[in-house]
Write a protein that binds this ligand. Structure first.
Ligand SMILES: *[C@@H]1O[C@H](CO)[C@@H](O)[C@H](O)[C@H]1NC(C)=O
Ligand SMILES: *[C@@H]1O[C@H](CO)[C@@H](O)[C@H](O)[C@H]1NC(C)=O
Length: 350
């Protein structure tokens, strides 16, 4: 119904027609709004035109059209609301899935962090053991060097003693063989005693023997020769013993160094393995953290999308309700008009 043409018709009719009681009743009964006043004006024109049957036909058609519109709008509303609901449910399912994944990733991050902590202390402990083993090797080598030094000093000293004793021995033997009567000169005797004291010590039995003998005679010399030979044999024996002992000590040293090397190699392998596992775990941690960041972002976006969809749904629903209530009002007006005109049909037809 065009507003402009209605107005033109209205102006013409107002001049020629006075309002019927039925239309007056209708105007009072209907709520005052643009639609209703246009409706009554239109009916007034049509009634004035005298085509009452056409008016009923028209009203019925309007009622049917509007009812059709209401039905199809209701269907459309139901389907769109279902579509909104489905979107929201899908988004909520996505959100729940994301929350699950975040939890799983967080658990994984916790596990990786725990392993990293364990591996780090293992690595520290291995490095400390390596340090200890290196110190131990240094100590073994130092000890060995000191031992070699000390043995060399002893061997040199005993060699010097040996040489002196051999020289004294030779002198005494020569004296015994060549001279039967007057024995060694006092000066030579004193020289020998001094040498013995120097090499063997002041209280050595040989020193005492020579020192205390009232007469340095052949018998004393023979006793001294015998004693010197015993001492020489004993020195040679202990030299030999020291050498043998050094062979054993060297073997012992080599086996200690070997043990240390094996241990260090094993620790080195452990260290490498631990370091590489640690590196992998740190990499895993980075990946898991990056994944969690992405998941959190997706979670936020999904949450926001749910909110937006809800707002759109509510807005659509409230627009629909407002349209629906307008349509219901119009339908009621049409039905009321139809009923009142029907009630006054006879009067209107006169
Ligand atoms: C033999 O070697 C051992 C250990 O290396 C040492 O304790 C001992 O004094 C040595 N003996 C001699 C006679 O050098
Ligand atoms: C409500 O009516 C207006 C005007 O006819 C229309 O533009 C809008 O799409 C309608 N909204 C709904 C939800 O039916």
């Amino acid at each position: 119904m065009s507003h402009k043409s209605l107005l033109v018709l209205l102006l013409i009719t107002i001049a020629i027609a006075t309002e019927s009681p039925a239309l007056q009743q209708l105007r009072h009964k209907l709520e005052s709004n643009e639609y209703n006043s246009q409706l009554v004006d239109m009916l007034e024109l049509s009634v004035a035109g005298g085509q009452i049957d056409r008016v009923f036909e028209l009203l019925q058609k309007m009622i049917d059209d509007l009812t059709g519109q209401i039905n199809s709008a209701n269907l459309e509303h139901a389907s769109r609301m279902a579509a909104f609901q489905l979107s929201i449910e899908q988004l909520e399912a996505n959100l729940a899935q994301l929350q699950n994944e975040v939890q799983t990733t967080n658990r994984k991050i916790g596990e990786i962090t725990q392993s990293i902590s364990t591996l780090t202390s293992t690595s520290v402990s291995i490095k400390k053991q390596l340090e200890t083993i290196n110190q131990r090797e240094e100590q073994i080598r130092n000890n060995r060097a000191k031992e070699i030094q000390s043995v060399e000093t002893k061997q040199t000293a005993s060699q010097k003693t040996l040489e002196t004793l051999e020289e004294i021995h030779n002198r005494l033997v020569k004296a015994v063989l060549s001279n039967q009567g007057s024995f060694l000169e006092e000066t030579e005797k004193q020289e020998i005693i001094n040498q013995v004291k120097q090499e063997l010590g002041l209280t050595h039995p040989l020193a005492l023997l020579l020192d205390l003998s009232a007469k340095f005679d052949e018998l004393t010399a023979k006793k001294a020769i015998e004693l010197i030979e015993q001492i020489i044999a004993s020195i040679k024996e202990s030299q030999q013993f020291r050498e043998q002992n050094q062979t054993a000590a060297e073997q012992n040293f080599n086996s200690l160094i070997n043990e240390v090397s094996i241990l260090r190699e094993k620790l080195g392998q452990d260290n490498q393995k631990t370091s590489s596992t640690l590196k992998n775990k740190q990499n895993d941690l980075k990946i898991a953290q990056r994944r969690n960041k992405q998941l959190s972002l997706n979670q936020e976006n999904t949450q926001q999308l749910i909110e937006t969809t809800r707002v759109q749904k509510d807005l659509y629903d409230s627009n629909f309700r407002s349209n629906a209530s307008k349509r219901e009002g119009q339908l009621n007006s049409l039905k009321t008009a139809f009923q009142i005109l029907r009630d006054n049909e006879q009067a209107l037809k006169k």
